[in-house]
Design a protein around this ligand. Structure first.
Ligand SMILES: [Zn+2]
Length: 483
């Protein structure tokens, strides 16, 4: 029985003389949306041209023939760097290497290749390069419609399979998932290059990039910016500190989080509450930190140089922004100065600075360290007595005390913990009991260990974390006692 293949891909192999690769000959899309941007060093470009002249093997390039508004173009699925190297040489941007191998050819055939740029060659030598040197091209046909999702996906699949040997890193893989609404949102907001689908060409700038990312001090590592925004979005989806590991980022790009749907259209996706809040937070972060006095020469915030610190600033500021606080631009300066001072403490040898030592020991990206860092930083912020008002002031304990108690008790209801420890299987770890006794910031009470009515002080030492159930049952017993 003959194998029935359903892919509409046809492959035509052709041999093209190098002049066919000239940018004046065909319209090449060298960086389609699923491609990353990589740049060969000159040395590698020269070595490729040397291979052509010496007749050494050069692997074929893979092109996708597309028709965009009746114009035929070639999308480069594989061979971006080889085609660029040929074009750069023909455009006179570098010279051939002055190598032993090329000099031998010059001597034997009375030519003058070695060490020369294209313009420096004789007409005969130019013709030899343009017409006698060849490169094999594999042309994919049958997926020529640039607006067809199915065609795009097939092209991406071919790209992906070709890259297996080179092993894309996880973020590069995520970057090429061009049909995911999450990917498209993240690339639009955080990438420094873009793709114009209307004109069907790649652009070296991205007008939709959020200005916050120009403040991030990661050098030129744009894929890290995508990862950072993905982590912000994970935090918004969880509505607070959450798992932000690489695995979770990949699942996010695959729309395998919460109610995300890989087929959701962009407008619906962007009107989601978590996406709108992420956007709102990017604005706030930009507004707060654009005015710091600690800028690099490239106008990046000096202290935005490591991810776990930025993520904790994010969880802290989003809590102030969306939680029950009076927080507005009047508070930006003190937040900015707090962030700067906190970073300076991290940079100094923090001997004896327990908060910073603990913070630095919790640099992992799983949920527990992310939450622990959040509360350590929140506690340090409240120690500075910021001019931020918690709007619910019905409580006996001050906000600063509550933060300190919550941090000290590690977000665990002390009575739940007691009960969970008693009920724990002998072969289970105590951390299991702790996890089960965890409470959310929005769902606990600061309880007096020695009751207020019995003269117990309203201090951090006399306070403990209680879940609402335990606090309520406690109050019932107390009122029975006082009756
Ligand atoms: Zn409890």
């Amino acid at each position: 029985m003959v194998l029935q293949r359903e892919n509409p891909l046809f492959q035509a192999q052709q041999t093209w003389p190098l002049h066919q690769f000239g940018s004046d000959r065909h319209d090449f899309i060298k960086r389609p949306p699923y491609q990353r941007k990589t740049v060969w060093e000159r040395k590698k470009q020269k070595s490729l041209m040397e291979s052509f002249i010496c007749g050494l093997y050069v692997p074929p390039v893979v092109l996708r023939s597309i028709t965009h508004e009746t114009i035929q173009k070639y999308e480069v699925i594989d061979g971006q760097q080889r085609i660029t190297a040929i074009q750069d040489y023909l455009n006179d941007e570098y010279s051939l290497p002055n190598s032993q191998q090329i000099r031998e050819i010059d001597n034997r055939q009375d030519r003058g290749f070695a060490g020369n740029s294209f313009a420096e060659l004789s007409d005969d030598d130019q013709a030899a390069i343009e017409q006698d040197c060849n490169l094999t091209v594999d042309i994919l046909q049958g997926i020529s419609n640039p607006t067809s999702t199915e065609h795009q996906q097939l092209a991406t699949q071919v790209f992906w399979r070709l890259q297996q040997g080179e092993s894309l890193n996880t973020l590069e893989e995520n970057h090429s998932k061009i049909t995911s609404p999450v990917r498209n949102y993240i690339v639009e907001r955080a990438d420094d290059i873009s793709f114009d689908y209307d004109e069907y060409k790649s652009l070296d700038h991205n007008d939709d990039r959020h200005p916050f990312f120009s403040l991030v001090n990661y050098g030129n590592n744009r894929l890290k910016h995508l990862g950072l925004l993905a982590r912000f979005l994970l935090i918004e989806i969880a509505d607070g500190p959450a798992y932000v590991t690489g695995t979770r980022v990949t699942r996010l790009f695959d729309c395998e989080k919460g109610t995300l749907n890989p087929n959701e259209d962009q407008t619906a996706f962007r009107s989601r509450r978590e996406v709108q809040r992420t956007d709102e937070m990017l604005d706030t972060l930009h507004d707060i930190f654009k005015d710091t006095e600690m800028m690099t020469d490239d106008d990046q915030v000096v202290y935005f140089d490591n991810e776990y610190y930025i993520i904790t600033l994010y969880t802290l500021i989003r809590e102030l922004q969306f939680g029950n606080y009076r927080f507005n631009s009047g508070n930006f300066r003190e937040i900015r100065e707090f962030a700067r001072d906190f970073y300076r403490r991290m940079q100094n040898e923090p001997v004896g600075d327990d908060a910073i030592l603990r913070f630095k020991s919790k640099s992992q990206q799983s949920a527990d360290p992310v939450a622990a860092r959040h509360w350590i930083m929140m506690n340090e912020l409240w120690k500075t007595e910021p001019d931020i008002v918690e709007l619910d002031s019905q409580r006996l304990f001050t906000h600063a005390q509550r933060v300190a108690i919550f941090l000290r008790d590690d977000r665990v209801c002390q009575q739940c913990l007691e009960e969970e420890l008693e009920a724990l299987d002998p072969d289970e770890d105590e951390s299991k009991a702790k996890n089960r006794a965890r409470v959310a910031w929005s769902n606990w009470d600061a309880d007096h260990i020695v009751m207020h009515a019995e003269g117990g002080d309203t201090t951090i030492e006399n306070g403990q974390v209680r879940c609402p159930e335990h606090n309520r049952s406690d109050n019932v017993i107390r009122s029975e006692l006082t009756d």
